[in-house]
Design a protein around this ligand. Structure first.
Ligand code: NAD
Ligand code: GLY
Length: 360
């Protein structure tokens, strides 16, 4: 097991990464306020992993309540969030009860938001079971639900007390979901870690076949990058926005097609190439640089073209982005491979051209 720390002073917390961690209650116990836990999972992950976690906690003397949500991005909404509150109240959970989110990013984001709201804040633990959640969404305290007009628009910054990433859970992950997680892994290389980018170019095929050593390395390196950014800028006043490379375009794809049609990571991949194309038009990336990004996504079995929603529809959807300031769209672009910047001055015509060039 490897352990990193998200060094947020009195709210610092560990990220444990390794195999066979789900049944190790001793890793969880030190982070509980009382021996009372409410586990939030979903109808896919629950049947696979809830029992081993629940049994380990109960054998350690912890009283456990559970709720299983319907599976899917389409259920990341108010109505489904309310089911968590229904369970917490029906089971008489207290402010000192710890909410444990067992699942992918949807369960983690919703469980975290519920924990932030219930009795104005209860302790919270993330047990991510997708690659995307293990390298990104479980770390850093962004929690949210979607609104029909925009993704992740209702939420809170609320840090967990522990992240427990059991790599063995990735064995049951569908191939398409593994690929979606790789989009966020590649992101770290592109925005701030050129050495990791080169490692990915050399080792991506090992990740695609789920080599455990390669996965452990990529998860640890990704979490290290994420933790550094979160510590530097917890509430996204600056640097943290760089983690959203490809996301402004990607969120437009997700919202425009309807939540759940494309996976988040798939939309991020196509969106990253739109950002790369705009960076190329600004003279920051070469054709060869864009080709390197595209080749990595192709090897990761990710889409490299966006859906043809029409540039006007993209712009309309992108205007709801959280990085919009005083009505001005601010985009994460690549100054070079391994170095992202925020850019608020892209000419509309260039933006439209970049979108159109990357749609099919
Ligand atoms: P997800 O939670 O929908 O999980 C993907 C699918 O895999 C689901 O069907 C899920 O039930 C299933 N699954 C999960 N673990 C499994 C396992 N071990 N074996 C088999 N199936 C399993 O999607 P995701 O990609 O994990 O997360 C995407 C969400 O995360 C989006 O809503 C996105 O907005 C959010 N996100 C949040 C942050 C953040 O910082 N909070 C960062 C990135 C993404
Ligand atoms: N996934 C983007 C962030 O955590 O800031």
């Amino acid at each position: 097991m490897q352990t990193l720390t998200v060094a947020l002073a009195d709210r610092a917390y560990p990220i444990h990464i390794g195999r066979g961690l789900l049944g190790r209650a001793e890793l969880i116990l030190p982070h509980l306020k009382t021996r009372r836990v409410a586990i939030v999972t979903n109808d896919t992950v629950g049947p696979l992993y809830l029992e081993v976690l629940r049994t380990a906690l109960e054998q350690a003397g912890v009283k456990v309540s559970t709720v299983s949500l319907p599976d899917g991005e389409a259920f990341k909404d108010w109505e489904t969030l309310n089911r968590i509150f229904d369970m917490l109240l029906a089971e008489r959970c207290e402010r000192s009860t710890t909410l444990v989110a067992l699942g992918g990013g949807v369960v983690g984001d919703m469980g975290g938001f519920a924990a932030a709201c219930y009795q104005r804040g209860m302790p919270f633990i993330q047990i991510p079971t997708t690659l995307l959640a293990q390298v990104d969404s479980s770390v850093g305290g962004k929690t949210a639900i979607n609104h029909p007009l925009g993704k992740n628009m209702i939420g809170a910054f609320y840090q967990p007390r522990l992240v427990l990433a059991d790599i063995d859970t990735l064995a049951t992950l569908p191939d398409r979901e593994l690929s979606a997680g790789l989009a966020e892994v590649i992101k770290y290389g592109l925005i701030r870690d050129p050495v990791f980018l080169e490692w990915l170019e050399a080792n991506l095929d090992r990740l695609v076949v789920r080599d455990p050593d390669a996965l452990a390395y990529a998860i640890e390196r990704s979490c290290r990058n994420k933790a550094e950014v979160v510590v530097a800028d917890e509430t996204e006043q600056g640097e943290r926005a760089l983690l959203n490379l490809g996301h402004t375009f990607g969120h437009a794809i997700e919202t425009g097609l309807g939540y759940g049609e494309w996976l988040h990571g798939e939309a991020v991949a196509a969106g990253t190439l739109m950002a790369a194309e705009l960076s190329r038009r600004l003279g920051w990336l070469s054709d060869a640089d864009v080709g390197r990004i595209e080749a990595l996504f192709v090897r990761a079995k990710l889409p490299v073209w966006g859906p043809s929603l029409g540039a006007a529809r993209y712009l309309e959807l992108m205007s709801h982005d959280k990085k919009v300031e005083a009505g001005r769209l601010r985009l994460v672009l690549l100054r070079e491979l391994g170095r992202a910047v925020i850019h608020g001055d892209a000419a509309q015509a260039e933006l439209v051209a970049a979108i159109e060039a990357r749609c099919r």
